[in-house]
Design a protein around this ligand. Structure first.
Ligand code: SF4
Length: 371
């Protein structure tokens, strides 16, 4: 049954249908027009206008599952703001802001393979995503057929990795690698695993957030043959931590793949301490380790999402001591020279053999720490 053939969106009824939890049905029925979206939420005039105005420079589509998490009445809903185009995007200065802020193209020796750090590579094995996030770092390529990979291009990337014994860690990313079917993914994983110096394979995917049904028992069984595999995902708000998401994460961890999460700090979505605290606490309950909080990148059309670095550091300071240490990610800025930790002002000064540090409550502590 196609979503368009269903008369009225009744969520309870829709969720009771077997096709709802079929990841391929979710992809086939992605929402791509204002008319379709209006069956889910009450669009504001500005959102309707933005869908038209932004068409020319960044695509959009939303899975029915992710659309079901949106507040139908409230345009400031944090789920809605991540994926529904906004007129603010048109107010950004596209000439000044780079579309490739991490200079990934300059660090790509072969198509879609970024070799920035000596011992690891990011291999963009697919250009498509389940949903297009408005703040995306890879706007320049996601959804663009020019960046799609055929088998011989994938083989070229694998051959590059095989010819570079210093590469011990391969991140499969995109787009989203989980858009590929199991047999194509297994084709890649088996070839990487056959390279003796590749110690670790990571899959970076937003599917646990946007289409959690992708992590089928068959997929989980398949990755068991190629461990160690880690899965990195990308939750930005506690509203995304649904029972379906928790079940997907549970299947992944039971399959033996540790799960990590990176969040992007986004104004109006998660830039307050309570929201971040709820997100990180919720992730840990799902056995997902929050490991990075990213400063939003300088990408065209995202000015309205960016906070200052000082605000981000202040938020981190507010979290310290309020949730377990391992639930607090590192706040980082990604640069063409690698990630730079944006630590709160912990380290104060040195006086002889003593270092002064500031505790989360503001108290100063002098630690004996001879040079
Ligand atoms: S899923 Fe990731 S790569 Fe795809 S649009 Fe969203 S942020 Fe960008």
């Amino acid at each position: 049954m196609k979503l368009s053939e269903i008369d009225k969106i009744d969520l309870n009824e829709l969720k009771s249908r077997p096709e709802w939890s079929d990841w391929k049905w979710q992809l086939r029925n992605r929402i791509r027009t204002a008319e379709e979206l209006e069956r889910w939420i009450k669009l504001t005039d500005s959102e309707r206008q933005a869908i038209e105005a932004t068409k020319a420079y960044f695509r959009w589509q939303i899975t029915p599952y992710y659309a079901s998490l949106m507040d139908p009445e409230d345009a400031s809903c944090p789920v809605r703001r991540q994926v529904v185009p906004q007129m603010d995007e048109m107010e950004d200065d596209f000439d000044i802001l780079s579309l490739d802020p991490l200079e990934e193209l300059a660090h790509s020796p072969v198509k879609n393979l970024v070799h920035n750090y000596n011992d690891r590579v990011a291999f963009c094995v697919a250009a498509e995503c389940a949903v297009y996030c408005r703040y995306c770092l890879r706007k320049r390529m996601v959804g663009d057929g020019e960046y799609a990979m055929n088998k011989s291009e994938l083989q070229e990337g694998i051959d590059y990795i095989a010819a570079h014994p210093e590469i011990r860690d391969v991140l499969l990313t995109g787009g989203d690698p989980m858009i590929l079917n199991d047999s194509n993914l297994e084709w890649i994983l088996s070839r990487l695993r056959a390279i003796p110096h590749v110690e670790l394979i990571r899959i970076g995917s937003r599917f646990p957030v946007l289409n959690p049904f992708r992590f089928t028992p068959e997929f989980c069984e398949m990755i068991g043959k190629y461990h160690p595999i880690w899965v990195n995902t990308h939750y930005n708000h506690a509203k995304e931590l649904t029972p379906e998401a928790a079940a997907a994460c549970d299947r992944i961890t039971r399959a033996g793949a540790p799960l990590g999460n990176q969040t992007v700090l986004l104004k109006g979505i998660n830039n307050d301490a309570e929201t971040l605290k709820d997100l990180f606490k919720g992730l840990v309950k799902m056995r997902v380790r929050p490991y990075y909080l990213y400063q939003a990148q300088l990408i065209g059309g995202t000015k309205h999402f960016r906070t200052t670095i000082e605000e981000g550091m202040q938020l981190m300071q507010q979290l310290r001591g309020r949730i377990s240490g391992f639930a607090i990610p590192s706040y980082v800025l990604d640069t063409p020279h690698g990630k730079v930790p944006l630590t709160p002002n912990g380290y104060q000064s040195r006086e002889g053999d003593y270092v002064e540090v500031k505790a989360y409550g503001g108290e100063t502590w002098r630690e004996f720490n001879p040079e």
